[in-house]
Structure formats: C-alpha cells, structure tokens
Design a protein around this ligand. Structure first.
Ligand code: GUN
Length: 293
C-alpha cells in the first residue's frame, strides 16, 4: 500500500516547521560569524536536579550544537547563591562567551532575582534582566525573551494584519505574559492582560481576535469561548496524570472556531529554543562587528 500524504490542517500552526526555518537562518548567520573568527558560544547553567529542567537544557544544548553554536556546561547541583554569582561573574568576563542561560526555576535556597540581575545585559540571551525588560517596555528592545518572541513569529506567519486587532494575553508572568503583551502592543494591537483575578474570563476571550494563553493550567480556556476566526497561541505545556502533554486551551473544541491554533506539543515549544539560538547569534554578531545595535 502506498503511504498517503497526510492532509495539512489549515488551522494548525506548525511550530516545528517555523522553528526549522528560523534555525536554518541562524545556522547561516553562525557561519558568517565563524568567517569573522567568532564562534558563537552559549553558557548553560543548571543548578539543582529538576528533571524537566534537565530535559530542556539537554534539548537546548543539542539544538545549539546542530546550529554550530558552542556550549559551555555549568552543572552545580548543590550551589549557593554566592557560588552561583561567582560563576556568573566569570562568564560575564569571558570574552568568548556570547550568551548566558540560567535554567529556571532555581532551587528555593537561591536568590533568583540576584542571579538574573548579575547576568550582564549584553549576554542576557533569555531577556530576563530588568534592563532588557525595560528596553522592551520602551519599544527599544535588545534581547527579547524567547517564548514571547516565538509567539510573535507564529502570529506574524499567519499573514493577517495584526494592527488594530484586539489581543488578550491570559497570564501575567515576567517570562511570558508581560513581555508578550508589550510585543503585541508594539504590533499595534489593543492589548488586555487577564489573570487569576479577572472576572468573566469567558467574555474577555470571546472578544479577542488574538489569544495568547500562558496560565499553566490544562484546558483552562474552553473551546466554546473562542471568538470565531481568532488566532490562538497556546503557551501552556501541562503534563496530565497519564503522561500526555496538553495546553491551556481545549484544542479540539477551539479548533472548530479558531482561524488557526498552535498544538501542544509542536507549537510554541520548538520556537522557544529557535529564538534562544537567534538571541545567541545576535550577541555573537555584535562581537564579530556584523551589527551595531
Ligand atoms: N524555564 C522555563 N522557561 C525558561 C526559559 O525560557 N528560560 C530559562 N532560562 N528557564 C526557563
């Protein structure tokens, strides 16, 4: 029997395909840096023994290597805040390190704010330093956090005019909700941020032409709330008791109404890593004199 090509689902926003496209660009920009004598290098710091963090870090390192980006591994399961600050200082001063990634969450004995503040803003490829968050807020960004950047890539790929649309972000974290709201504002959408105290979330969702869900609760946003024709970006990655992964939005029911929606897995997740490597190559291009921003 001949294998039939799977019909493509026009409502499915394919994060893997989009991330492959971005990674291809990253790879050729890495080659341009290498031509200038600069090998892009990402330092990856993993503290503690969070199994999910170990999986994410391995995946980031594997992807980096595939794109030609060197990695420096720093694993210190029982480190204190002071020891970790010393590692960050050494990486800040190392001219061959372009980007520093400290995988979150850090163990509870570590002062996470102090660690993120210690990373030099020019090496802050996660975009979590208050300086870079402030630059984003004033519309003059240098490093944008990876997941919000990935959400915007996927929205822009849909070929719809974003300007003037109503956007709803559900979730107000510093890592996703707040930065993606600023990016949507810069794209001239009218932005609402909803959170755990929002009243009548269903009504807010029903008004949104663009929905970004980043709450971290499985199937929290009901498919029947979605505005017909909306673009839906589901940032949630929730593991159910049976081990399967699911998003924050009821996918099957939402698909019936949305113009397009990201699946979980295979939506925003792959974009996050591609955007991280994009940030590393931006830092390396600056070091190689290939850009002056
Ligand atoms: N933990 C969950 N998401 C992220 C991320 O984007 N960057 C880092 N450093 N840690 C995370």
């Amino acid at each position: 029997m001949t294998e039939q090509a799977k019909p493509t689902d026009p409502t499915r926003i394919d994060g893997k395909k989009n991330s492959r496209r971005l990674l291809k660009q990253v790879k050729s920009r890495v080659a341009a840096c290498v031509d200038k004598g600069v090998t892009p290098c990402l330092a990856v710091v993993l503290i503690g023994d969070n199994p999910a963090s170990q999986v994410y870090v391995r995946s980031k390192e594997r992807r980096a290597k595939k794109a030609g980006i060197a990695t420096r591994d720093h694993r210190a399961p029982g480190a204190t805040t002071e020891e970790l600050l010393a590692v960050i200082k050494q990486l800040n001063e190392d001219p061959e390190v372009d980007g520093i990634l400290v995988q979150l969450p850090l163990p509870s004995n570590i002062d996470s704010d102090a660690i993120l503040l210690a990373i030099h803003p020019d090496k802050d490829v996660d975009g979590f330093h208050p300086y870079n968050l402030g630059r984003l807020m004033i519309g003059k960004h240098r490093f944008v956090a990876c997941t919000p950047q990935g959400c915007m890539h996927l929205l822009e790929e849909q070929g719809q005019e974003l300007s003037g649309k109503r956007a709803l972000v559900v979730g107000r974290s510093t890592i996703v909700g707040k930065p993606v709201a600023h990016l949507l504002l810069q794209a001239n959408t009218t932005v609402t941020i909803a959170h755990s105290r929002t009243k009548n979330l269903a009504e807010e969702v029903a008004r949104a032409d663009i929905l970004v869900a980043a709450v971290g609760r499985p199937n929290f946003i009901k498919g029947e709330w979605i505005r017909p024709g909306a673009l839906v970006i589901d940032v949630g990655i929730n593991r159910l008791e049976d081990g399967t992964l699911t998003g924050d939005v009821e996918y099957e029911a939402a698909r019936e109404r949305a113009a397009a929606i990201t699946p979980v897995p295979g939506g925003v997740g792959p974009m996050t890593i591609a955007c991280l490597l994009n940030n590393v190559v931006i830092a390396a291009e600056r070091r190689a004199g290939l850009r002056d921003d």
